[in-house]
Design a protein around this ligand. Structure first.
Ligand SMILES: [Zn+2]
Length: 342
């Protein structure tokens, strides 16, 4: 209540700029997803034209596929650059999902858009933002105690967040921690989740009721979904992202099989072995183009993963491209697991 009194009662003059950006971005992201197809197509065409001009290219479809090794060589040793209005640059080091380390640059704007997509996903999945979110992630800073308690942000996510460094504890300790804190939502990798479920059963721990589990890497199998539902009563809501470009697709709120492409962040293509676009519904190699990632641009970037693309979501009907049969790599990427914080 004190937080509310000290902040929200001073609306609108005291509303922080960053919060206003995030809230507006999330609304815009949802508008593109839920609006008519023409909205996101027009918006993407404009962003792509600007990006192509920035990198000095003309024709998007004739661009060669950018391999990870080429990306690594191109940007690892180069100072990043981006327009001044994109803000300051930060160098990101990633061991990456293929195990090939890469270093690249990211602007404040690109970070902001990444972050805003995760708030948009809270809305997509109808989450109660006053409920507790527990996060177990490898890239979190080391902390003392069982977790780092993050005070809720009254503007963005008023609920408490319990953020725990994955590598400081054993899997059994993670399982015991989840049982003790009974969070409404849990964010972690598919592998960690699978281990926690096994250990809860094996040790007959008092399993909490979890509403949703937010996964961000690894392979979410139908069997893992069944176990999460049986043991924790939880529905898995998977997110698909890569370190270099940020969020790429989010699980449909009405289906375990489909993922809505994050059209406000990236263009995602599926190509056949001959380099041509795979026919609708047929699996191809995934390529992604980051629309805000101008500091170390990745156009038609090979993700090393496969999926089929549909022109709209067969489950809920939204008019954005939708992935099915998404085949993830087994090795977990190192990117953080955003709940609210990226
Ligand atoms: Zn859908």
């Amino acid at each position: 209540m004190d937080t509310f009194r000290n902040t929200l009662l001073d609306w609108p003059q005291a509303a922080p700029t960053a919060a206003i950006h995030t809230l507006t971005d999330a609304d815009f992201i949802r508008s593109l997803e839920l609006g008519p197809q023409q909205w996101w197509k027009t918006w993407q065409a404009q962003r792509l034209a600007e990006l192509l001009q920035w990198v000095g290219k003309n024709d998007f479809t004739s661009l060669p596929v950018l391999r990870r090794e080429e990306f690594r060589v191109q940007f690892g040793a180069h100072p990043g650059r981006s327009p001044q209005e994109h803000g300051a640059l930060t160098q990101i080091h990633s061991s990456g999902s293929t195990g090939v380390p890469v270093a690249f640059w990211r602007s404040e704007l690109a970070m902001r858009i990444n972050f805003s997509h995760y708030l948009a996903d809270h809305r997509r999945q109808s989450r109660d933002l006053h409920a507790a979110l527990a996060v177990i992630a490898a890239m979190q800073d080391p902390h003392t105690g069982s977790h780092n308690p993050v005070a809720g942000d009254p503007w963005i996510y008023p609920g408490a967040q319990l953020v725990r460094n994955a590598v400081q504890f054993t899997m059994l300790e993670h399982a015991q921690w989840v049982c003790k804190h009974t969070p409404e939502y849990l964010a972690t990798t598919a592998t960690t989740l699978s281990n926690i479920l096994s250990l809860i059963e094996l040790n007959r721990l008092p399993a909490p009721r979890v509403a949703q589990i937010l996964t961000s890497s690894g392979i979410v199998t139908p069997e893992l979904r069944m176990r999460a539902r049986r043991i924790l009563g939880a529905s898995i809501r998977d997110r698909y992202a890569c370190d270099e470009l940020g969020p790429l697709a989010f699980q449909c709120p009405q289906s375990d099989d489909y993922y809505h492409v994050a059209v406000a962040n990236a263009i995602v293509e599926a190509v056949a072995a001959d380099g041509q676009l795979a026919p609708e519904g047929i699996c191809g190699n995934l390529l992604a183009t980051g629309l805000h990632q101008w500091a170390s641009p990745a156009l038609r970037y090979e993700l090393g993963e496969m999926a089929a693309i549909h022109p709209h979501c067969p489950a809920c009907g939204v008019s954005v491209p939708t992935l099915s049969q998404l085949t993830r790599r087994k090795q977990s990427p190192t990117h953080s697991l955003p709940g609210v914080a990226p």
